[in-house]
Write a protein that binds this ligand. Structure first.
Ligand code: ARG
Length: 457
């Protein structure tokens, strides 16, 4: 007999049970469902909606059920559709009529919104914690590479020299924004919906603020219809997760390039690499590739949930049951990716010498050579033209700017003097970029210091 069976004369078809039920995936909400029910029962008792002694019985039984689930003693039933009705059924089987009072002044519509928000609040914090660990790892790698000069690219063409620390710190900033986004999402999730009931509140004199304070919510929702219809917080969370994946994917793409033979800037540890079943020489960055690949799932879940929600009339519709698998998969994917990415980054070997060698190709110091002429009084646009010709000449002669003789420089412009060599030295090029947020060691040290302050606060 279904908990809602009164107005039915027939059993549901087995196909209906299977298709309609969500217990196969929403069972992961059991802890939140029970905690929410305990708070609800407490409120019902305190407000005199049910006798205090009944509330106490319900609470004791719910705590026992929670322990039983955790001990693996309970099997859920698809006939009971979802986690909410499964738990209510277990409760009534356990304590009889008293258990049937729990659902007074409540609907599964506000109950599921409550459970989902509690779950999301926890996972927001869990993922933030994983991002903290990643940021910690980035700062440590950056500290070791403040002097590690490497080419900076635009269009994947050599542009200007930076340091590996500076490059890593760019990712620090991205993940910092990701953490801020999660904190922001937390604020909007931390609003308690229970008490909205099916959609229109209740005739009982409930105390929604009491439930919120028992469950540690900052505030309560303002409109009963919005309370049960809103999934913005889940969409916002999935969009934050998608942005995290986008950042991880870009980082992975670079790691894949850097450990390619052509770049050879880093080597991943054997413990985070894989081999080929046919080619004995291979060492592949599968972890990084998989993270890049899994980004698609998280984007897919975001777009999926946006699409589920886009045409729904107020208030609750069963379509919204589709929110769970989308979000769960997003959460699981991001956690799994972060859990593997951080130690992969931590254990990778930086090939500083190769990075430095790579700076001698690609005329990374051409802008500095132009700036040299500007400092000697030539307008920048003219200096740009002169160095452009110098680069063309060097390509023909198969030389770097450092390898040109002073005569060769002076054939192009008499303004060049012996001090050009010091000026275009790659190390000088990096160290002279003292712009706030730039790659010079003073600036990067400051950025790392700010980074530590951020993750320690
Ligand atoms: N399993 C449902 C969900 O995930 C719970 C709410 C069901 N409410 C209802 N009136 N059918 O959305």
């Amino acid at each position: 007999m279904k908990l809602w069976g009164g107005r039915f004369t027939k059993e549901t078809d087995k196909l209906t049970d299977d298709f309609n039920s969500s217990i196969s995936f929403d069972s992961r909400l059991y802890k939140y469902d029970i905690t929410g029910s305990i708070a609800h029962a407490e409120m019902l008792g305190q407000c005199g909606i049910i006798p205090k002694s009944d509330a106490d019985k319900i609470i004791t039984a719910l705590k026992e059920i929670l322990a039983d689930i955790e001990d693996g003693k309970i099997e859920f039933d698809v006939q009971c559709e979802d986690i909410h009705m499964n738990i209510e059924k277990i409760l009534t089987d356990k304590i009889g009529t008293v258990g049937k009072k729990l659902h007074t002044a409540r609907s599964r519509n506000d109950q599921v919104a409550l459970d989902f928000k509690m779950y999301i609040k926890d996972e927001l914090l869990n993922i933030k914690e994983l991002l903290f660990k990643l940021e910690d790892c980035i700062l440590k790698q950056a500290e070791k590479n403040i002097e590690t000069v490497m080419p900076g690219f635009t269009h994947l063409q050599p542009a200007q020299p930076v340091t590996f620390a500076h490059h890593l710190m760019a990712y620090f900033e991205m993940f910092k924004r990701d953490m801020d986004r999660l904190s922001d999402c937390y604020k909007r999730t931390d609003v308690m919906p229970l008490g909205a009931c099916a959609l229109a509140g209740t005739t009982y004199d409930t105390d929604r603020r009491l439930v919120a304070s028992i469950l540690g919510f900052e505030s309560i929702t303002e409109n009963s219809m919005d309370s049960v219809s809103d999934r913005d917080y889940a969409i916002e969370f999935l969009s934050s997760l998608s942005i995290i994946m986008m950042h991880l994917s870009r980082f992975c793409e670079e790691i894949i390039l850097w450990c390619s033979n052509a770049f050879s800037f880093i080597e991943l540890d054997d413990s985070f690499s894989t081999g080929s079943s046919i080619m004995p020489q291979k060492k592949n960055p599968d972890i990084a590739e998989l993270i890049r690949g899994k980004t698609g799932r998280v984007y897919g879940n975001l777009v999926g949930l946006l699409t589920v929600m886009k045409g729904l009339p107020l208030s609750y519709n069963k379509d919204m049951q589709e929110d769970k698998e989308a979000l769960f998969e997003g959460v699981d994917t991001v956690k799994a990716c972060l859990i593997s990415f951080t130690p992969m980054l931590e254990t990778m070997k930086v090939k500083a010498l190769n990075m430095q060698k790579s700076c001698s190709h690609g005329f990374l110091n051409a802008t500095d050579a132009a700036d040299y002429l500007v400092k000697k009084g030539i307008p920048f646009r003219e200096a740009h033209e002169i160095i452009g010709r110098l680069v063309l000449y060097s390509i023909e002669k198969n030389k770097t700017l450092e390898e040109l003789s002073l005569d060769e420089y002076q054939d192009i412009s008499k303004t060049f003097a012996e001090d050009i060599y010091e000026f275009i030295d790659i190390k000088t090029c990096v160290e002279s970029r003292k712009t706030y947020g730039g790659p010079s060691s003073v600036m990067v040290k400051e950025a790392i210091k700010r980074g530590w302050e951020y993750i320690k606060k």
